[in-house]
Design a protein around this ligand. Structure first.
Ligand code: FES
Length: 112
């Protein structure tokens, strides 16, 4: 899946998507300054973590989301989408967690 937005700059925060782009219980891939970011909707709360699994690079935006835990589609590592922490193996390290703001219907992610 290709990124849906190139980013519209608003201070340190960059608009990456509209709220309607991310259905509850799902994730999408967005891109911010060349970084692949997995953006999730956990029952109306948006969370953003690095898209690249720390095990072998699987795309977390394509993983199944159960509550606030995403399962990597390649070998099943699990991450907490609120903070990027590893919940289950085989991923060795957490992924980056991004600050998010929602303004109206715009989802903004803070540049790292
Ligand atoms: S690449 Fe994610 S678990 Fe292997």
């Amino acid at each position: 899946m290709s990124p849906i937005a190139k980013g519209v700059y608003m201070g340190k925060f960059v608009k990456v998507a509209e709220t309607k782009d991310v259905a509850a219980g799902t994730g999408i891939l967005v891109e911010l300054e060349g970084e692949r970011i997995a953006l999730f909707n956990v029952d109306g709360t948006f969370c953003a973590i690095g898209d690249v699994c720390t095990h072998s690079g699987g795309p977390l935006s394509e993983g199944d989301l159960d509550g606030d835990v995403v399962t990597c589609p390649w070998h099943g590592a699990q991450f907490d989408v609120k903070n990027g922490e590893v919940i289950g193996p085989p991923a060795p390290d957490p992924v980056h967690s991004y600050h998010i703001k929602v303004e109206g219907t715009a989802i903004l992610i803070e540049r790292p």
